[in-house]
Design a protein around this ligand. Structure first.
Ligand SMILES: NC(=O)c1ccc[n+]([C@@H]2O[C@H](COP(=O)([O-])OP(=O)(O)OC[C@H]3O[C@@H](n4cnc5c(N)ncnc54)[C@H](O)[C@@H]3O)[C@@H](O)[C@H]2O)c1
Length: 273
């Protein structure tokens, strides 16, 4: 049985992951920490049977919770600031982390990369755990090799509650495109185009446009537009339910307990792509 700590179980993603985890025969939820609903029963909150009758603990006492419940894996879909603090505590305690939170700082990512090696506690960090999106990443890297002289633009569409823009997934797509092109992403990325003269630099090696749309309750669309002389190709992924991310997180939890190398894994590796 995998002993699981859930960080942020009251959030939209946290609830979905908690529900799948509580129903999974290979997983035992041993703790759940949040800033909200402290003291409430997790199973009651989700209307799901929980044989351990786990109560939501105050995340400010995370170290005490870890000492008492000794989890093997922590899953975190919360907010960047919280993840940066809590997942560091988890890795320091040699707990393997599955991190889905987006918009963490590069400093944190660099620090956690070193920490997983020294503490021998591998982690999965992935801005998008949906299997289909990760197949899109793979297709984009292949297509970009053939279309490297075309213009490439990335368009992402999300619900109006989303805090960060562009999405972590759009940034990851931009990184994959520029790695394939042999360009520096930060040098060629053009984040939106404002009113006024704004001519595009021709060719993806010179410029990749990244555009964010926020509207209603759209779960998440990513389009990669390849446009050449007289023709175009679009790669498009649309999430119509958040269950694809939660399923991906559960796969990552089962993967990370068996991971051999003390490093940060991506969903590509979880899925063997
Ligand atoms: N990687 C993926 O596949 C994927 C998919 C969807 C969303 N996300 C990301 O996951 C994150 C959460 O998304 P959401 O839609 O569930 O958000 P949400 O606002 O519904 O949930 C956030 C949760 O974090 C909790 N929280 C806040 N501070 C905390 C702290 N200090 N300690 C513990 N918990 C704390 C909140 O109480 C809440 O339960 C975002 O960063 C989002 O971009 C990633």
């Amino acid at each position: 049985m995998i002993k699981l700590l859930i960080l942020g179980p009251t959030g939209i993603m946290g609830k979905l992951i908690s529900e799948l985890a509580l129903k999974d025969e290979e997983i035992e939820v041993v703790a759940a920490c949040d800033v909200n609903n402290i003291g409430e029963e997790l199973g009651g909150l989700l209307a799901v049977k929980d044989r351990n009758k786990i109560k939501i603990s105050d995340v400010n006492y995370l170290q005490k919770v870890i000492d008492e419940t000794k989890p093997d894996v922590a899953v975190d879909f919360t907010v960047a600031k919280a993840t940066e603090k809590n997942c560091k505590i988890c890795v320091e305690n040699r707990i393997k982390c599955v991190i889905g939170t987006t918009a963490m700082t590069q400093d944190f990512l660099d620090e956690v990369e070193k920490l997983v090696t020294t503490k021998k506690a591998p982690a999965v960090i992935s801005p998008n755990m949906a299997p289909g999106v990760n197949i899109l990443f793979k297709m984009a890297s292949i297509l970009t090799k053939y279309l490297n002289d075309w213009d490439i633009e990335v368009i992402e569409v999300h619900h109006h509650r989303k805090i960060d823009s562009p999405s972590g997934t759009a940034l990851k797509i931009g990184q994959i495109l520029s790695d394939t092109l042999g360009s520096e992403f930060e040098e060629i990325a053009k984040f939106g185009r404002n009113k006024g003269p704004n001519k595009r630099l021709i060719g993806a090696k010179n410029e990749i446009g990244i555009h964010s749309i926020r509207a209603g309750d759209i779960i998440g669309d990513h389009i990669i537009l390849y446009a050449g002389p007289g023709e175009r190709i679009e790669l498009k992924h649309q999430a119509h339910s958040r269950s694809c991310f939660a399923t991906g997180a559960i796969k990552a939890i089962k993967f990370i307990v068996q991971a051999k190398e003390n490093k940060i894994y991506t969903t590509n590796e979880v899925l063997g792509l």
